[in-house]
Write a protein that binds this ligand. Structure first.
Ligand code: COI
Length: 356
């Protein structure tokens, strides 16, 4: 499906591109930004002043509510370029729906659909040289909304900024991931904001993740906040477990992010006739499966991480190694997803969106 362009956005052109300063073969995730960014303000009850302008600093009151109460949400998407130079997005409608779901939960006004797609379309065309061809290269798209009203009363802001930044990307994790299963800290609680992309969900993980990093692990697999008994998600990724030939993943609920890559993996598994169980998974069944050799794979799924295999997990200070696999479920789903994303295969699900 093609994106529709409307004419609601002003464009302020750059004088010189920064692109020649960038080493596209050595990109750390999320450190380099393209020439342009999109900005739109919410004030007097409406979204207005949509503009694409050179990437650069903002001037915001230090009393803006985002700094005091964390009223901020975001999304993660990617644009891909095929060998003919055509630019593609993967299921962008899902990101649009989810950012508004996130906004609604944090009392932020929803953003109009037409403007969201016009912004993406216009921005990606202006910065198309920043999308490199080749499997694994992409332009990470970061839409986000922040509360900009000045004032420290603890109430929703009357003013917001919706912005989109673009960052050329390669892989998020350069090799297999080592994870710790959470025993005391929690990411999300029933009735909370775990299912949405609230900025604070990520900040709350930094300290426990630092503790894990000190021990040589990159990520935490979060467990339920009540008993730390059920496996939930990894914070930057949803998680899948392969026990013998059955694929297991936790069901969506108000603690687990409704991942777009997650639901795509489930659809690919169903298409392949793989037995998949979307249900609560206990830590103890995964530990037992590791001990008796039936645990074959653990992998994470996410926009940034795509599919990231886990090689080691630790629980209660015991270390469990996953058997080495080269042609397991993780590599199969990664290949199938990327072939759809890069326009190298048929797209039977209608997931690919062409950017004109
Ligand atoms: C994404 O996959 O887009 C994420 O949200 C992960 C991000 C925190 C790097």
């Amino acid at each position: 499906m093609d994106l529709i362009t409307h004419q609601n956005i002003s464009v302020l052109k750059i004088i010189n591109s920064k692109i020649n300063e960038v080493d596209f073969n050595n990109l750390a995730f999320g450190n380099v930004f393209s020439d342009y960014m999109f900005e739109c303000n919410f004030k007097e009850g409406t979204w207005q002043d949509a503009i694409i302008k050179p990437f650069g600093p903002l001037t915001i009151s230090p009393a803006a509510k985002v700094f005091h109460y964390g009223q901020a949400v975001f999304e993660g998407m990617k644009a891909y370029k095929d060998e003919n130079g055509t630019i593609w997005l993967f299921r962008p409608e899902e990101n649009f729906i989810r950012i508004n779901k996130s906004s609604k939960r944090l009392a932020i006004p929803e953003f109009p659909r037409e403007l969201f797609f016009e912004a993406l379309q216009t921005l990606l065309n202006l910065d198309k040289e920043w999308i490199k061809t080749g499997l694994g290269n992409s332009l990470y798209i970061r839409p986000f909304v922040i509360a900009t009203q000045s004032g420290v009363s603890a109430s929703p802001s009357d003013e917001y900024k919706f912005m989109i930044l673009l960052s050329p990307a390669q892989s998020y994790y350069s090799s297999d991931v080592k994870v710790v299963i959470a025993e005391s800290y929690s990411r999300a609680a029933d009735g909370g904001v775990g299912a949405i992309k609230a900025a604070g969900n990520y900040a709350a993980q930094f300290y426990p993740t630092n503790l894990a990093k000190e021990k040589g692990y990159q990520q935490i697999i979060w467990t339920d906040a009540n008993e730390h008994k059920y496996l939930e998600e990894a914070g930057t990724m949803n998680v899948f477990f392969r026990v013998n030939d059955t694929l297991l993943t936790a069901p969506n609920n108000d603690r687990i992010l409704d991942g777009i890559t997650r639901k795509s993996v489930i659809a690919l598994a169903e298409r392949a006739g793989i037995t998949i169980e979307v249900r609560r998974i206990t830590v103890s069944e995964i530990v037992s499966a590791s001990n008796d050799g039936s645990l074959k794979e653990i992998f994470g799924s996410g926009t940034a991480a795509v599919i990231s295999p886990v090689s080691v997990f630790s629980y209660k200070d015991k270390v469990y190694h996953l058997p080495p696999t080269t042609n397991g479920f993780a590599s199969r789903f990664k290949k199938e997803l990327m072939e759809i994303q890069y326009n190298l295969a048929e797209d039977p699900f209608g997931w690919r969106y062409k950017v004109n």
